[in-house]
Write a protein that binds this ligand. Structure first.
Ligand SMILES: NC(=O)c1ccc[n+]([C@@H]2O[C@H](COP(=O)([O-])OP(=O)(O)OC[C@H]3O[C@@H](n4cnc5c(N)ncnc54)[C@H](OP(=O)(O)O)[C@@H]3O)[C@@H](O)[C@H]2O)c1
Length: 263
């Protein structure tokens, strides 16, 4: 973190999806190390409760990442109050089962893609030009191993996470000469409210605090692409290389995320 912080200033971090799970764990991790945080999510009460528990001064934004103007306003406010961030983490996301044949799932597809893909674009947009002008900073996106292969019953989520992986790669290459790093993190199973509802086995399940520590190290290094934990990185490599006929047979009966409505 010392490398990314401006000399003499506490590091400044703008973080979406901070009200729960991985985001809250990242907030606790960074606040314990003196960071000044911009905490973004829809549930203001949960953000305020978190901020009240954290050491230091933080800023709370109850914003839907699907609303580009609202995220831009939050970003500008954070820059005005705290200064240009050293790290921006686009972590907000939703996961729910979807089936293309079900008409009721069409708005769910739209919502998942708006939140997980456009939400990431909206989160980075206010910061790209000022960070590039300053020649520093890290933009970190939380993708998923679910973006590596398409899993049955999870078309919206898998498509959204595959899109984030490609989007982050485009951004990384676009910004390569600017001094701004772009970090893609693809977690396996992390123990959060998102996964606690899953009724199928979750190999290599990782505690959120441990995941946050690993993510912070990856962000500090500016690594371009990391799957975690390492066991899942091995699985991800095998899955990526697996021929379609074998993948199809192995995964046609895989456990499925429940379909459902979204907030
Ligand atoms: N848990 C895992 O195993 C796992 C694995 C791979 C990737 N991921 C990814 O990691 C990220 C965090 O997931 P998590 O497991 O920590 O889930 P979580 O506990 O459900 O947290 C999701 C966070 O995103 C926020 N959020 C959702 N929709 C939002 C919106 N439209 N606008 C603003 N904030 C929104 C939620 O806050 P509000 O409800 O207050 O808005 C919450 O803070 C997600 O992108 C997820 O896809 C998780």
């Amino acid at each position: 973190m010392a490398q990314t912080a401006m000399r003499g200033q506490p590091p400044r971090i703008f973080l979406t999806g901070a009200s729960s799970g991985i985001g809250a764990a990242l907030a606790r991790h960074y606040a314990a190390r003196g960071a000044r945080l911009g905490l973004v999510a829809r549930r203001r009460a949960a953000l305020e409760e978190l901020a009240a528990d954290l050491p230091g001064t933080h800023h709370v934004y109850d914003v839907d990442v699907g609303d580009a103007a609202a995220v831009a306003a939050a970003g500008s406010d954070f820059i005005a109050r705290a200064g240009l961030p050293d790290i921006v983490i686009a972590n907000a996301g939703i996961s729910v089962g979807t089936l293309t044949a079900e008409a009721a799932d069409l708005p769910v597809f739209r919502r998942v893609l708006e939140t997980n893909v456009l939400g990431m674009v909206h989160t980075f947009a206010p910061f790209v030009a000022p960070l590039a002008a300053a020649g520093r900073g890290t933009l970190a996106g939380i993708a998923s191993v679910a973006g590596i292969r398409g899993l049955p019953g999870a078309g919206a989520y898998c498509a959204s996470k595959a899109a984030t992986i490609s989007y982050l790669e485009s951004l990384r290459v676009e910004l390569r000469a600017s001094g701004v790093k772009v970090v893609t993190i693809a977690p396996g199973y992390i123990d959060t409210p998102m996964t606690r509802v899953n009724a199928y086995p979750m190999p290599f399940l990782m505690a959120a605090d441990a995941a946050a520590r690993r993510m912070a190290r990856v962000i500090e290094r500016g690594s371009s692409y990391t799957v975690l934990p390492w066991q899942m990185a091995v699985v991800a490599r095998v899955l990526r290389a697996m021929p379609n006929p074998l993948f199809d047979v192995l995964f046609m009966r895989a456990g499925r995320k429940s379909r459902g409505s979204l907030r």
